[in-house]
Design a protein around this ligand. Structure first.
Ligand SMILES: [Fe+2]
Length: 237
């Protein structure tokens, strides 16, 4: 359903299979929501249709629908709460391709206050934010940062990932998977990096492994928010 997504449901199924082989059991599917393209209800109707097509196939992972909401100045006026992941209050936000501006923070904050959201900032390493700007994002209530798993492969990204990880908020890993070619699922990076021995002098690998460990811990926190225990599970405890 995205202009930069798969061309056919076969490719979407292939992505799910690849993710499964990389140790992923559940996928939060977050198609792009651009407010200038359509309204929230039209987007959700299109998403439901696409999800039904995918779920009619042999899909080896659980799929929880969500959205990647592009922020804009009037964000709080739109029903952001309808685009949370599953039944949770967790919503994924993407920044516009613009230099940092204060309204980016205030529009997210106002939406968070209005709808009691847990905002996740998608691929926060990508925007070239300074440490000071990152700190402003870190002050948004309940905020969670997301970094792209494939960036762990790049030495050039380590400084930024380290900066993001030092902001005092949970950081989780995202696939940024769009297709099976140029932007295929790369969650196997986690296994590869954690299996590699961090030698005494390999500071880069040690730093990468620490970032992964912190992310996996934060992932559990976020998963608990997305997947609230069912009543029967609560009774058994
Ligand atoms: Fe994105």
């Amino acid at each position: 359903m995205d202009f930069d997504g798969t061309d056919h449901v076969r490719e979407s199924v292939a992505m799910c299979k690849q993710l499964k082989s990389q140790g992923v059991a559940t996928v939060c599917a977050t198609p792009h929501f651009y407010p200038w393209n359509e309204d929230v209800d039209a987007f959700l109707a299109r998403r439901d249709k696409a999800l039904a097509v995918l779920q009619a196939e042999e899909c080896p992972v659980e799929i929880i629908p969500g959205a990647e909401v592009q922020i804009f100045q009037a964000l709080p006026e739109c029903r952001v709460d309808k685009m949370c992941i599953g039944e949770s209050n967790v919503v994924l936000f993407e920044m516009p391709r613009l230099p940092f501006q204060t309204w980016m923070i205030t529009s997210i904050e106002n939406a968070v206050y209005k709808y009691a959201l847990t905002p996740v900032i998608a691929h926060i390493e990508r925007y070239g934010f300074t440490a000071e700007q990152l700190r402003k994002f870190a002050h948004i209530p309940n905020v969670v940062f997301q970094i792209t798993v494939s960036e762990l492969n790049h030495k050039r990204s380590l400084k930024m990932l380290d900066m993001v990880s030092s902001c005092g908020v949970p950081v989780v890993l995202g696939s940024d998977a769009h297709n099976m070619t140029s932007r295929a699922p790369q969650f196997d990076v986690i296994g590869e990096k954690t299996a590699e021995k961090a030698g005494l002098f390999n500071r880069q690998l040690k730093a990468t492994q620490t970032i992964i460990e912190n992310c996996l811990y934060a992932q559990l926190i976020l998963e608990n928010k997305i997947r609230t225990p069912m009543k029967t599970e609560v009774q058994q405890q």
